[in-house]
Design a protein around this ligand. Structure first.
Ligand code: AHM
Ligand code: MG
Length: 335
């Protein structure tokens, strides 16, 4: 068998390089990966078992909750809580973060996730994913000072972020701030193997990705920015790719280059995507891969959340393509 690197082996060897490591991050990643394998299995079997469809309840965002969302959320919360590595868990599906009780094993880390992003695509077989964002609570912070407000950190403070993509294969793409690596689940041996080392996003891409159906709901600056990709003056138009599942759209953008836009519109005046569960972790990956991410006014990673479920416009992808949008915004007086 040719030489392959399994994710767990990589994490263990990285731990050996760090003499002060306590093993908590290793434990957290182990349980996160196990959760994703369980979710991936259920996503793949969704057509076979009666877990598809809506539960009938509505989540804190006012959206209908699908059964698989609930399953993914419960799996992740349970595994993170029992990992002994985290003190707090925040989820797009939960109104308030969960704090691990002091008398139970807990650790330095706070993790935020969108357990099953793109859930409206579940029953049509389109790629969906789990997005995660990890922070480390400072050593000198008293455990009892933990509060939802204390967790509202800018993305620059993330120690790791990434996503699991449940697509034609299941992938893990993540960064600990030293570049971005991609791993593919080999279902035969049940391991994520390193298949995409040191991912670099091209400076310019062939694609742009946005929900064109909202064109009439955008302001003129956004319309002009989108026109600069589909009706450019001096070059062929870019191809449009839009899955409607952020993990899938971002994954393509990361590997092939291009720009993904979910700007504000009349229906979503502050954008649709959530800063802490979606935009911030993807921005961390984009920057680690040499790309950019902005809300149109400032770098996504610099935004200090004003609430746990805060939404933000998101323009993310190849550095030159994101700059092109920002230049048009500036020329249109939208800064
Ligand atoms: P979700 O987290 O509830 O699944 O919603 C977020 C999804 C993103 O994955 C995707 O990019 C976006 O919503 C699509 O929204 P729209 O249908 O408005 O284009
Ligand atoms: Mg989502």
């Amino acid at each position: 068998m040719s030489e392959v690197t399994a994710i767990e082996h990589l994490i263990m060897s990285q731990r050996r390089w760090s003499p002060h490591a306590t093993g908590q991050f290793t434990s957290l990643m182990h349980d996160l990966i196990l959760s994703a394998k369980i979710i991936s299995r259920n996503v793949n079997q969704a057509g076979l078992v009666d877990i598809l469809g809506a539960t009938g309840s509505v989540n804190v965002q006012g959206e209908q909750v699908q059964k698989l969302d609930t399953f993914a959320n419960n799996t992740l919360v349970y595994r993170m809580q029992s990992s002994g590595a985290v003190c707090a868990v925040g989820s797009e599906e939960m109104a308030e973060p969960f704090f691990v009780p002091e008398n139970e094993p807990h650790g330095h880390y706070a993790i935020f996730f969108d357990p099953l992003d793109g859930s409206s695509n579940i029953d049509v077989g389109v790629s969906i994913g789990t997005i995660f964002s990890i922070f480390r609570r400072p050593d000198d912070e008293n455990y009892w000072q933990l509060s939802p407000e204390a967790l509202m950190r800018p993305g620059t403070e993330q120690v790791a972020a990434g996503y699991f993509l449940y697509g034609s294969s299941t992938m893990l793409v993540y960064s600990t701030g030293h570049g971005v690596n991609g791993f593919t689940l080999d279902t035969g041996i049940g391991e994520f193997l390193l298949t995409h080392p040191n991912i670099q996003i091209p400076r310019i891409g062939k694609y742009y990705s946005t929900n064109h159906g909202y064109f009439n709901n955008w302001d003129p600056a956004i319309q002009k920015a989108v026109h600069s990709f589909n009706r450019p003056v001096d070059m062929p138009p870019r191809s449009l790719r839009y899955v409607g599942s952020l993990v899938a759209d971002f994954h393509r953008t990361l590997l092939k280059g291009g720009v993904y836009l979910y700007p504000e519109d009349t229906k979503h005046p502050r954008g649709k995507l959530r800063l802490m569960y979606e935009a911030s972790p993807m921005a961390f990956l984009a920057e680690q891969a040499g790309g950019k991410a902005t809300d149109g006014k400032q770098r996504i990673l610099d935004i200090v959340p004003s609430s746990i479920h805060m939404r933000t416009p998101l323009i993310i992808g190849s550095a030159d393509d994101v700059d092109q949008v920002l230049e048009i915004y500036k020329a249109e007086g939208k800064e």
